[in-house]
Design a protein around this ligand. Sequence first.
Ligand code: MRU
Length: 345
Amino acid sequence: MIPTVEWKNGVVCLLDQSLLPRRVEVLECRDYSMVAEAIRELKVRGAPAIGVTAAMGVALGAQAVPSTNREEFTVSVLKICDHLAATRPTAVNLFWAIDRMKRMLTQNEERTVEEVKLMLMKESIAIQQEDLAMCRTMGQHGAKLIQDGQTILTHCNAGALATAGYGTALGVVRAAWESGKKIQVIADETRPVLQGARLTAWELMQDGIPVTLITDNMAGSIMRKGQIHVCVVGADRIAANGDVANKIGTYSVAVLAKAHGIPFYVAAPYSTIDVATPNGDAIPIEERNRAEVLSVYGSEPIAPSDVQILNPAFDITPAEYISGIITERGVFAPKDIAEEFSLRR
Ligand code: MRU
């Protein structure tokens, strides 16, 4: 599969997810504002992938700063960081990755501009490689929770496309599949932007993992028939008390899972865990444009064009609905996540 995001000869290459599955095209970003635009327009999306891409955007922007004066260079790169940080508010991986790039910039004041340019580029690639490694480890931990013959429901896309590769929730699915378990996936279509239909279905089919697509309103009925054994989703931000922000509709799935006695797991790396945010209510939720709801992926309007619209892109699933959080360090109860991830950070 084409990598989600890649640094190639001084260009940030993105698999343009806004075109999938109709067209498989790589977008070549040659300056940081193009990277920012790609994040804003969901050409690259998914919390870890946004973080990796923003880091590469900082590195890309830094290469083009003309000044050889170290202080001027730092000021310019910090502005680039601010520009990239203003793209999307919910996924904490974006801010985590940009902060890491800022530390590389400001903690090496004795280094020349040329040296720091190289260091920033290498740091962004390290972030990418670490993310891929974490996804694989997370997959190993999560796969132990999945039994042979089970059907897993997932929401949105928390797969290779949403990360540096392999995926978080879909990493768990992949690892279970690779270990020989005969599993299958039910993918919620995930209105309004259809990440489940367009991306999860496409990605799993590429790997030959059995997947069945449903519309979002079918999950409850399918659970009631006993056809879902476990739910696994990703996360955009996990607060200190274990509340989880993820794609809009995740909360409904979690409530339904609890009502039917189905385990509900969240898979995410440490870069998604935000111990500085006390609970879900403190997580900023992105409100996106009305066109996403008014039409179905660029179709003619499906409602009166002046109807009032709400379009929150994420929701909060309270910790009490979550059976466990699958991380690269193992599986934790939501209430233990802050302790585990603030002590050893
Ligand atoms: O708006 P998106 O497509 O960026 O939202 C993505 C999600 O909500 C994912 O579930 C989340 O980022 C986890 S990705 C491993």
